[in-house]
Design a protein around this ligand. Structure first.
Ligand SMILES: N[C@@H](CCC(=O)N[C@@H](CS)C(=O)NCC(=O)O)C(=O)O
Length: 309
């Protein structure tokens, strides 16, 4: 048994949340291994690691699995503090902006872009995403109507971002790079990530354009491909890192309790395990998997529903 510290990102090319992490790895100048996951279910090589969480991306370090980019970026910062993603004094505001970008900005972007680019995306994508949200699979006309309906919400918010940058600041939350830059960037990256069809929506926003160029300049760090089977092998041979000291609230389940964690928005597949760590930002569960043995799965606290079972 060993404790591997190699960063393994499970992701796919057109995933915008993955782009957020790839760019953060570039910003930090980190080396990482790249495992490509399918963009739709089933994901048989991911499930033994996450215990049911299906969203993309997921970061693996040995037998520790970090779900959700909000926690993945916190974890990357813990391992490589500089340059900072959460500079002192900016954290709360940057997190609030990131929350807006991912809760309010990205959904209309996603519907507008996916509908416009339906012909160059996997044919089963719309049905998979609707199912993930508990909705029936849409027909082509429904997807087109959703794209049209959401275009104005994209334009209105692009104008807001241009205004955020209008005082000449280099970064979204002010003079320093923060998590807000990565959260806003990945939503806008999705607009032209697959085709240039919607470039006109961005083209006349001069400040957004210059800021996106600065962001792209971070690059993706140094990555080397890894087969999914090898990532499973790494997990099987590693031991989860010992949990840090927890800081529970009185209302939280006790350490050692069997708990269920699931996203509170979409892709709400539950993960069940033993609570081994909890603090203001993170929840970690230990599970046993037939294929890979003992695994600890980590989630952010906010955005996830935690309860004892
Ligand atoms: N809050 C999550 C959202 C992740 C997310 O929605 N990712 C999309 C891909 S960009 C996804 O999971 N789609 C379904 C899938 O890949 O199975 C995060 O920050 O990681």
């Amino acid at each position: 048994m060993s404790t591997s510290t190699e960063l393994i990102l499970h992701h796919y090319d057109f995933s915008n949340y993955s782009e957020k992490v790839r760019l953060a790895l570039g910003y930090k100048g980190l080396a990482w291994r790249s495992v490509t996951v399918p963009p739709v279910l089933p994901k048989p090589d991911l499930m033994p690691l996450t215990g049911g969480y299906r969203r993309t991306p997921v970061l693996q370090v040995g037998a520790d699995i970090f779900c959700d980019t909000r926690l993945i970026l916190v974890e990357i910062e813990r391992r490589r503090p500089q340059p900072a993603l959460f500079p002192p004094g900016h954290r709360a505001l940057a997190n609030a902006i990131a929350c807006w970008a991912e809760q309010q900005l990205f959904r209309p972007v996603s519907l507008y872009v996916s509908g416009t680019n339906a012909d160059v995306l996997p044919p089963d994508l719309q049905a998979d995403r609707s199912l993930m949200r508990g909705l029936p699979a849409p027909d082509h006309a429904t997807v087109q109507r959703a794209a049209r309906r959401n275009a104005p919400a994209v334009r209105v918010q692009l104008a807001s971002i241009e205004e955020m940058l209008s005082d000449g600041r280099e970064w979204i939350a002010g003079a320093a790079v923060t998590i807000a830059d990565f959260a806003v960037y990945h939503a806008l990256w999705f607009i032209t990530g697959r085709t240039d069809r919607l470039r006109h929506e961005l083209a006349h926003h001069r400040r957004i354009d210059a800021w996106m160029q600065r962001m792209r300049g971070f690059g993706h760090g140094i990555s080397r491909p890894m087969a999914a089977a090898e990532a499973l092998q790494v997990a099987a041979e590693a031991t989860p890192a010992p949990p840090r000291a927890s800081q529970r609230f009185p209302e939280d389940p006790a350490l050692g309790a069997t708990v269920r964690v699931r996203a509170d928005d979409y892709g709400r597949d539950p993960v069940v395990g033993e609570l081994v760590f909890i603090d203001a930002e993170e929840i970690a569960l230990r599970r046993h998997d037939e294929q890979v043995g003992q695994i600890v799965v980590h989630f952010p606290r906010l955005g996830y529903d935690l309860r004892a079972v």
